[in-house]
Design a protein around this ligand. Structure first.
Ligand code: SF4
Ligand code: SF4
Length: 179
């Protein structure tokens, strides 16, 4: 009984002289191989070679600072709420007197984590943020064998203060950051 219409009749005719010699078949196979040798290879030798990303590529997250180097995130939780992968975890804390130079808002994220193994890099967290505190860069999380390393902590995500200072200096603003 024939279950599909894709079955093929096996050819059981005796082999011809050229088939028995195998040489024409080998020559045909080699010509196909040689044809590919001179073609431009589509393979990229990653990580030595990297393809340029699309301008709209979304990669690793960065927690942003303001022009004075203070953390912008106010731990409102909107990014976590909008995350379809439930990849964001945070704990809010209240800013204490004397910490105004560290945190822009009265509330800040004492803990902020993103599980990059859950993240689908959709960018919803960036869209949802009312404080322009999180954005996705064009870099990708480096590979690792340890799953724990893919849980990015706040220190991994936060833009270093000196980078904010350098950005300001590059824009021609010599005002130093608060200590
Ligand atoms: S990019 Fe998407 S999946 Fe990843 S943390 Fe942001 S909202 Fe969640
Ligand atoms: S990153 Fe933005 S949306 Fe997420 S908690 Fe901080 S301020 Fe709110």
């Amino acid at each position: 009984m024939q279950l599909t219409n894709r079955s093929q009749q096996v050819n059981r005719d005796p082999m011809t002289l050229s088939e028995r010699l195998y040489l024409p078949g080998i020559a045909k196979g080699l010509s196909i191989t040689l044809g590919h040798v001179f073609k431009k290879t589509p393979t990229v030798k990653y990580p030595d070679e990297k393809r340029p990303f699309s301008p709209v590529f979304r990669g690793l997250h960065i927690l942003n600072r303001d022009e004075e180097g203070r953390e912008k995130c106010t731990a409102c939780g909107l990014c976590a709420l909008s995350c379809p992968a439930e990849a964001i975890t945070m704990e809010a804390a209240e800013r204490l007197p004397g910490e105004e130079h560290l945190y822009r808002e009265e509330k800040y994220a004492a803990k902020y984590e993103i599980n990059m193994l859950r993240c689908i890099f959709c960018g919803y967290c960036e869209e949802a943020c009312p404080k322009d505190a999180i954005y996705l860069t064009q870099s990708i999380p480096p590979p690792n064998y340890d799953r724990e390393t893919f849980i990015y902590k706040k220190d991994d995500l936060l833009l270093p203060a000196k980078t904010a200072a350098q950005e300001r200096a590059a824009e021609g603003d010599p005002t130093p950051l608060n200590p």
